[in-house]
Write a protein that binds this ligand. Structure first.
Ligand SMILES: Cc1cc2nc3c(=O)[nH]c(=O)nc-3n(C[C@H](O)[C@H](O)[C@H](O)COP(=O)(O)OP(=O)(O)OC[C@H]3O[C@@H](n4cnc5c(N)ncnc54)[C@H](O)[C@@H]3O)c2cc1C
Ligand code: HEM
Length: 398
């Protein structure tokens, strides 16, 4: 909890810091990567740096945390902290790295805000930083302990046992631990980080959701190739598509992620768009294995049936559940596809049972639209969970 003196100072300076937080984040990353080029090469996602999304997520999270401290003293924004800590854990972030980030962040704050940073202001924001950092460190320590790994050492070598092409742009890789050890447990909806060495020597990391049931055995993930139509071609997805085949080796982290199915018998609503179907597939595999009987409504939107990754399995899993139903929308459907399922997902004609728990994954505009339609139908905001396939800009803005 923030001290009384710091609360007053943070409240008074929040508008100025909030207005400058984007510039602070820009300068912070420049300073961090000047001092530690290996962070940009081998730890941070340089696509997110180039597009600016990670900077916005960092800035937004600090502003949101500070606002929370002054507006809801005595409570913590656990959803936001959990999301960040899971991402950090999948990257093996360690406690000493927080001191490095602190050095460069505070150098950036002082440079951007100049004389406004009196010793009192610096002390108050120092307190905010360490409250947030220590909260994250504590959650990350728990996450490492849960997977029986030490911080910074979440990586193992895996071997690709098979590769299948699901759509022209999506390939599914099945992997098994190279050392012959059992695959670590995971919860349906979780992801792994995957690290690959690119032609320029950088070892870039990306996250991929696991698609199978969480029991023993090999693990699978599906990668959509990011084509260079609206920006540069995706570095890691293109590399995996071009270079990774059966027999290949891959560095994969322990599984993490906070979009996980709860164990209740509440009616479920599982909605995805595009490659966002991957965590939903894992949830459905798990429900099928567990003999789940409560209602499960599966909703998916895609450009066309041919673009819908894991389409047959998606439909079959939903159909196999006693309370399951599936509703697929396509912008360009096959002939005979119902007109009311053509175009963007629209929940208008669907029944949403009272007490529904919803899990969403897809582009932000899709999730915003589905979430607001669910809230209009009486679903409680706390029962709508979601995963973003990139830095979470939604969370930072909420
Ligand atoms: C929790 C989580 C789970 C995920 N699960 C899956 C999954 O199951 N399957 C899946 O396919 N993906 C998944 N993703 C997404 C995945 O991690 C990668 O983000 C995706 O594969 C793209 O990575 P890339 O290296 O190919 O693209 P990048 O090189 O990282 O590029 C990403 C985007 O940034 C743009 N960009 C890059 N450089 C610039 C620049 N200089 N200027 C402007 N824009 C730029 C690119 O055009 C592209 O649109 C998941 C992500 C998260 C966070
Ligand atoms: C209080 C301190 C910190 C805050 C507030 C913070 C905040 C964040 C946020 C908001 C994200 C995006 C999460 C998401 O939505 O996916 C993130 C990701 C990340 N963080 Fe931190 N972080 C902190 C400390 C650190 C430290 C110490 C390191 C290690 C040097 C680090 C490395 C990373 C990396 C590598 C990512 C993923 C970046 C990407 O994929 O683009 N962070 N952090």
């Amino acid at each position: 909890m923030l001290s009384d003196t710091s609360t007053a100072t943070v409240r008074a300076t929040l508008p100025a810091v909030g207005a400058a937080v984007g510039d602070i984040a820009d300068l912070f990353y420049r300073k961090l990567f000047d001092a530690h080029p290996e962070f940009l090469r081998d730890l941070f996602n340089r696509g997110n740096q180039a597009s600016g999304t990670q900077r916005r997520a960092l800035a937004g999270s600090i502003a949101a945390f500070a606002t929370h401290l002054v507006e809801h003293p005595g409570t913590r924004p656990d959803v936001m902290l959990g999301r960040i800590a899971n991402k950090h854990a999948s990257l093996g972030i360690t406690a000493p790295q927080y001191a490095i980030v602190h050095t460069h962040l505070f150098a950036a704050i002082t440079e951007v805000l100049g004389d406004a940073v009196t010793p009192e202001v610096a002390a108050a924001w120092d307190e905010v930083y360490w409250l947030m950092a220590n909260a994250l460190i504590a959650v990350e320590e728990r996450l490492y302990a849960q997977r029986d790994v030490t911080a910074g050492d979440v990586w193992h070598e895996w071997t690709v046992t098979s590769r299948t092409e699901d759509t022209p742009d999506v390939a599914t890789f099945t992997i098994t631990p190279a050392e012959g050890t059992p695959a670590p447990a995971f919860r349906p909806g979780q992801y792994v980080s995957v690290q690959v060495e690119l032609p320029d020597g950088a070892r870039q990391i990306r996250q991929y959701s696991l698609t199978g049931a969480p029991g023993p055995g090999p693990r699978s993930f599906s990668v959509k190739r990011v084509r260079g139509t609206e920006g540069p071609e995706g570095e890691v997805s293109a590399h995996l598509h071009a270079r990774l085949h059966a027999g290949g080796r891959l560095r994969v982290s322990a599984p993490y992620g906070d979009l996980v199915l709860d164990d209740s018998d509440a009616p479920l609503f599982l909605a995805s768009a595009g490659i966002g179907c991957t965590p939903i597939l894992s949830m459905l595999e798990h429900l099928a294995e567990a003999g789940h009987r409560a209602p499960v409504t599966v909703v998916h939107g895609d450009r066309s049936p041919a673009d819908h990754a894991l389409r047959a399995r998606h439909g079959a899993l939903a159909a196999g559940l006693p309370g399951g139903s599936s509703h697929f929308w396509y912008e360009t459907p096959e002939p005979g596809h119902p007109a009311e399922r053509t175009g963007r997902v629209d929940l208008g004609g669907l029944e949403v049972a009272p007490g529904t728990h919803a899990y969403l994954c897809g582009p932000l505009p899709f999730m915003r639209a589905v979430r607001s339609q669910l809230l209009d139908r009486g679903v409680a905001p706390a029962d709508v969970h979601y995963e973003v396939f990139g830095p979470d800009l939604w969370l930072a803005q909420d």
